[in-house]
Design a protein around this ligand. Structure first.
Ligand SMILES: *Cc1c(COP(=O)(O)O)cnc(C)c1O
Length: 224
């Protein structure tokens, strides 16, 4: 088996086991394979194995890969990096689900561009649950207006909330952040939760994740 085939099979087995342990159905959780800094040929290989959802962090890289791979059927791009307003057109061009909206301004910029291009996008609002000052994501207090703007947007469909807990800690330390994200989603009437990465996807699934974003455990270390 190739590295990618092995990685996908291993992560699939982890998700199946976590769903079973949590009394959830496997199809409640989407696996987004985070392909940032990996080549288009790696994505092609995963696609040939039947995988469809891929996550990218850099708008330019997303645009280039979406362009190079446009012939592949059913690709489902997720933009998971910080989106600058002047890069909104790149996410729109790739028809990506944008998971990282964190201000009214970026919601409005993305909506304007998508409407202009006649594209409709699924979006998530990113929340900085832990309140790390330098980190992307809106605070729980700022969430209301961002959600309202996303709901009012004509070309965007608000799916749910996304978070990245403080990195490099034990998986169990992510749990309170995941739990808080779920509470915030419930408060705001949202059902989808993008949370959980290579290190802590089991904890995320226990806490209700509907979308895990997994890079290293599938593709190995990222080329620098
Ligand atoms: C890189 C990245 C991931 C994947 O991280 P791994 O630890 O490699 O699984 C998930 N989410 C976001 C937002 C990322 O930037």
């Amino acid at each position: 088996m190739s590295r990618v085939a092995e990685g996908l099979a291993e992560v699939e087995a982890r998700i199946v086991a976590a769903c079973r342990a949590a009394g959830r159905e496997r199809d409640e959780v989407t696996l987004v394979a985070v392909s940032k800094r990996h080549s288009s040929s790696t994505i092609r290989e995963a696609h040939a194995l039947g995988h469809r959802a891929f996550g990218e962090n850099y708008a330019q890289e997303l645009a280039e890969k979406a362009d190079a791979l446009r012939a592949l059927e059913g690709l489902d791009w997720h933009f998971i990096g910080h989106l600058q307003r002047n890069k909104a057109r790149l996410a729109v061009g790739a028809h990506a689900t944008v998971e990282t909206l964190d201000s009214v301004r970026i919601v409005e910029a993305l909506d304007k561009r998508a409407a202009r291009d006649g594209v409709s996008l699924d979006v998530f609002v990113q929340v900085d649950v832990a309140g790390e000052a330098q980190k992307a994501g809106c605070t729980p207090q700022e969430l209301g207006p961002v959600i309202a703007a996303a709901r009012a947007a004509e070309a965007l469909t608000l799916c749910g909330l996304m978070t990245i807990p403080p990195l490099g800690r034990a998986p169990e330390e992510s749990r309170p952040h995941f739990r808080r994200l779920r509470e915030l989603a419930t408060e705001h009437g949202l059902t989808q939760l993008s949370m959980g990465m290579s290190a802590d996807l089991e904890v995320a699934i226990e806490e209700g994740s509907t979308l895990v974003r997994v890079g290293t455990a599938i593709f190995g270390p990222r080329p620098s």
